[in-house]
Write a protein that binds this ligand. Sequence first.
Ligand code: NAD
Length: 454
Amino acid sequence: MKEILANLRTYFETGTTFDIEWRRSQLRAILEMLEKETDSLCKALQEDLGKSAEEAWLTEIGFVQHEARFVLKNVAKWARARRVSTPMFLMPAKSQIQPQPRGLALIIAPWNYPIQLAVSPLIASVAAGNVTVIKPSELAPACAKWFSETIPRYLDPKAVAVIEAGPEKTSELLKEPFDFIFFTGSTKTAHYITRAAAEHLTPTVLELGGKSPCIVTNCDHIQTAARRIVFAKFLNAGQTCVAPDYILVEEKLKDALADALKAAIVEQFGPENAPTNFVHIIHKGHYERLCGMLNKGEKLLFGGKCDPETLRIAPTLIEADMAHPAMQEEIFGPILPILTLTEPDAFGQAMKLIAAHPTPLAAYLFSDSNADVKRAKRLISGGFAHNDALMHLTNVHMAFGGVGQSGHGGSHGHAGFEAFSHMRSELLQSQIDIPLRYPPFTESAMKWLKRFMH
Ligand code: NAD
């Protein structure tokens, strides 16, 4: 490991990665890799998660291709120094912000979107001119192997390395000094990562999870709302960081919403308890944790079938309350609790219930009331979608990230580029020397200084 890191650093010091053409060549290489390796990628995703080729393209391959093209188009502009104003007292200097690569970057990826969540930060890292280590998740072993075998065939092997490691070896890796760590994973692991990063004062971006609420109040478009909620929740069998974790629905809409959700599940994934092309749960431990949330006093509305042989849990709707086990932690699976808002001020009640959990990665509101939309501005969350769920993260013009317990820092598009860059402030002074700035400060000099600095 030490040798790999030392070689990457030596290469960084040559300055090769500062060159915009080098960065563009790496982005083109990523695009070529995704294009030529679609089949091997789909095979690895099928092996690890039982993901269909269509879902693999939509959520992993096509998703990152879109981002890579966008970054390729803009990287030269983003990497240029940006002129900013200079106050009078610094005249005749000029001022600018110059993005610089951070140096040696470490990307630690999770298993749930094993390609997207490693390649999207890689795009940002090479665009910013860094040398990079990718540490894929050991829980998606076919994808981890795919990275080790494929990355060196397409990207500059002196600048990008893949290190396969489980928690123990990753802890060893984290003892080495990095210039930047981009971590995607659970809030629990983020504690270890930040503690290790603190030893070297290494800056981090943390892309974490949490319980993303979905409020349904004053909603006249229940069928559309249900279709969007079902898509966002059951994609990847609910193993999505921004999946709606639970629904808060006002009492008068509850039955209509439950019926519409059931119909939408059948429409999108097939009959109750017999979904087709449905992703399986990543491993036995996670499967058992999810099954352990069922039969705990909730009312089963739909689904509920768990198959230990295939590790599949059918799309499941339950009616529950705040005390239910599914409401105690991030679900991260295909179980969707529906909680009923019974107070006259349903939206106010939703706000209070959401406040019982740490700040979520996303919040969703399905409502046709402007008052609800206005009140939702006071709800703190990493991202927000009105009348939709999950889709906000597909817009490369917006930063994606959490707040509080759901993480910090941004990714995607320009936000990703900035995260992997150091934005250096540069003052470009002229040789014209104004004596006013030097001591001794006479009365008249002070008068002028105060006037200039006002
Ligand atoms: P995880 O925290 O268990 O693992 C993430 C990565 O950290 C893996 O590469 C793993 O090998 C490594 N790791 C695990 N334990 C470690 C330790 N003790 N020391 C060092 N490294 C360690 O997370 P996961 O189960 O892979 O992913 C699920 C979580 O990730 C969920 O909470 C989900 O919400 C979150 N997530 C967030 C985003 C986002 O963009 N915000 C995206 C996907 C997943």
